[in-house]
Design a binder for this molecule. Structure first.
Ligand code: CTP
Ligand code: MG
Length: 415
C-alpha cells in the first residue's frame, strides 16, 4: 500500500487515527480541499494550525499542502496569485478568503543555508513532511480531522518536546533560521528541547550569520514574549545563538539576568525596552542598536521614549512634562513594566494627570511660529523653535493659559 495515496488505509497503516472537531478556519477551507480532491489530488492542513489545534490553542491562518503542482492548482481555481510559485506556493482566492496552497516538495541541495537551490516537487505527503523543521510541525490533518503523524509529533506534543525531524544537523543546514525557531517554540509553547536538537544548535550556531536579521528578529521577539521565556532565553544563551544576534555578543550575564526575572512582556515595545534596560544600553546607543535589529523608525522612536520613561519611573513617577512627552499609551505601558520590578504603580492616576494636561501635542499649542514672526517681529531663525518650546513648557506647567494673546504677552515679558 502506498503511503501517499490519501486513502483512509494510509492512516490506519501508520497506526495513528485521531478524530477532532474542526475549528472555523478549517471548516471555511474545506470547500477548497474538496475542490482539489475532486480534481484527483490530495490536500492536507499542515504546519502550525494543526499543532495549535492539538494544543487547544487558537489558530490564525491555515496552510494547505497538496500533491497538485502549482500549475495544476491554477487550473482548478479561477483566481490565484503567484505569491511564491518558485517554492510551490500559490495563493487561491476563494469565497472571499485567501489560502496559501503549497505543493508537496523536498529541498534537495542547500548551498547558502537559507533557501533551497532547487525545490523538487513530489507527490508524496510523507516526503514533504520529512523535510519540515520539528516533529510537532510535521503533522498533517485531512479534511475529516484525521491526523497524519509519521514522526511521532503527537508524542512530542504530549511530552512538550521540540525535536527536529530526522537529523537536526541536516534540518539546520537546510535553513539556519530553524535554530531560532527552536528556541522560539520552547518559549512560545512552554516546551523543552530534545538533547540532540540542542547539541546540533551548539554545533551550528554560527550559521545564523547567514540569515537576514529581519527574519531573526521575528523569532527573537516571539521568544521574548512567550510563556516559557526563561527556558527559551537560557537555551538561546547556552547554545551560543545570542552571539550571532545584533548587539548581544558581549552580554551573556545581562541576558541571563533578563531571562531569570519574571517580567510582564506582552508587547514588542516592552520586550525591546526591557532588553535595553538589562543590557544597560546608553541613550545614544539605543538608535544604532535597534537599527542593527532592523526596527522601523517609528518603532525606534517609541522604544526610545519608553526606555527614557522607564529609567525615570524606576525612581519616581513621571512629572507632567515627562508624561506629555511620553504620551498616555506608552506611559501606561511603562507603568506595567515598572510593576514587573515590584514598584507600586498608579495607572489611574497617570490617566487622570494626562487627561488634565492643557495640551496633548505641539499642534494643540495656541501659537505657531508664524504668530511669533508677525507679533514679536522676530526673523525666521532658531530662536522661534526655542520660544515655542518655552511656551509649550510654560503651558504644561500651568504658568500660562493656552491662549494666543496670553502666551505672546508672557513670552514678551520673558524675553
Ligand atoms: N524554517 C521553516 C519554516 C517553516 N517550516 C514548516 O512550515 C510550517 C509553517 O511555517 P510557519 O507558518 O512559519 O510556522 P508555524 O509552525 O506555522 O508557526 P506559526 O504559528 O508561528 O505560524 C511549519 O509548521 C513547518 O512545518 C519549516 O519546516 N522550516
Ligand atoms: Mg504558520
Amino acid at each position: 500500500m502506498s503511503q501517499s495515496d490519501g486513502s483512509q488505509n494510509t492512516y490506519l497503516w501508520i497506526g495513528k487515527l485521531v478524530m477532532i472537531s474542526l475549528a472555523p478556519p478549517f471548516t471555511k477551507a474545506l470547500s477548497v480541499m474538496h475542490k482539489i480532491e475532486a480534481a484527483g489530488f490530495e490536500a492536507y492542513f499542515v504546519g502550525g494550525s494543526v499543532r495549535d489545534t492539538l494544543l487547544h490553542q487558537p489558530i490564525n491562518d491555515v496552510d494547505i499542502a497538496t500533491s497538485a503542482l502549482p500549475e495544476e492548482i491554477k487550473t482548478i481555481f479561477p483566481k490565484t496569485v503567484d505569491v511564491g510559485i518558485e517554492h510551490g506556493t500559490v495563493m487561491v482566492l476563494w469565497k472571499g478568503e485567501h489560502y496559501e496552497i503549497t505543493t508537496f516538495r523536498t529541498e534537495s541541495t542547500y548551498q547558502d543555508f537559507r533557501r533551497p537551490d532547487e525545490v523538487t516537487f513530489v507527490r508524496s505527503l510523507k516526503e514533504d513532511l520529512k523535510r519540515r523543521d520539528f516533529t510537532v510541525n510535521a503533522l498533517a490533518m485531512d479534511q475529516k480531522g484525521n491526523i497524519i503523524d509519521y514522526f511521532d509529533g503527537q508524542t512530542d506534543l504530549a511530552n512538550k518536546v521540540i525535536r527536529a525531524v530526522g537529523s537536526p544537523h541536516e534540518r539546520f543546514h537546510e535553513d539556519a533560521l530553524r535554530m531560532m525557531r527552536a528556541v522560539r517554540f520552547i518559549s512560545q509553547l512552554g516546551f523543552k528541547m530534545e538533547k540532540e536538537t540542542i547539541a546540533a544548535i551548539e554545533k551550528n550556531h554560527a550559521l545564523l550569520e547567514k540569515i537576514a536579521v529581519e527574519r531573526i528578529q521575528v523569532e527573537f521577539l516571539k521568544m521574548l514574549m512567550g510563556i516559557g521565556r526563561k527556558n527559551g532565553l537560557l537555551i538561546f544563551i547556552e547554545t551560543g545563538l545570542f552571539k550571532y544576534c545584533p548587539g548581544l555578543r558581549n552580554h551573556e550575564k545581562a541576558l541571563e539576568a533578563f531571562a531569570k526575572n519574571q517580567l510582564n512582556l506582552s508587547t514588542s515595545l516592552s520586550a525591546w525596552t526591557f532588553l535595553l534596560f538589562y543590557l544597560e544600553v546608553k541613550s545614544e546607543e539605543v538608535e544604532p542598536f535597534l537599527r542593527a535589529w532592523k526596527c522601523s523608525r517609528k518603532e525606534i522612536q517609541q522604544v526610545e521614549t519608553a526606555y527614557r520613561a522607564l529609567k525615570v519611573r524606576m525612581n519616581r513617577s513621571l512629572d507632567r512634562l515627562e508624561l506629555y512627552q511620553t504620551g498616555l499609551e506608552i506611559a501606561l505601558e511603562v507603568e506595567k513594566m515598572a510593576e514587573s520590578f515590584g514598584i507600586p504603580v498608579y495607572p489611574l492616576q497617570v490617566k487622570e494627570t494626562y487627561e488634565s494636561l492643557p495640551i496633548k501635542s505641539k499642534k494643540a499649542l495656541a501659537i505657531t511660529g508664524n504668530d511669533l514672526i508677525s507679533s514679536l517681529k522676530i526673523e525666521p531663525s532658531r530662536e522661534i523653535g526655542l520660544l515655542l518650546e518655552k511656551a509649550e513648557k510654560a503651558v504644561l506647567e500651568g504658568k500660562v493659559g493656552n491662549e494666543t494673546i496670553q502666551i505672546l504677552n508672557w513670552l514678551k515679558e520673558e524675553r
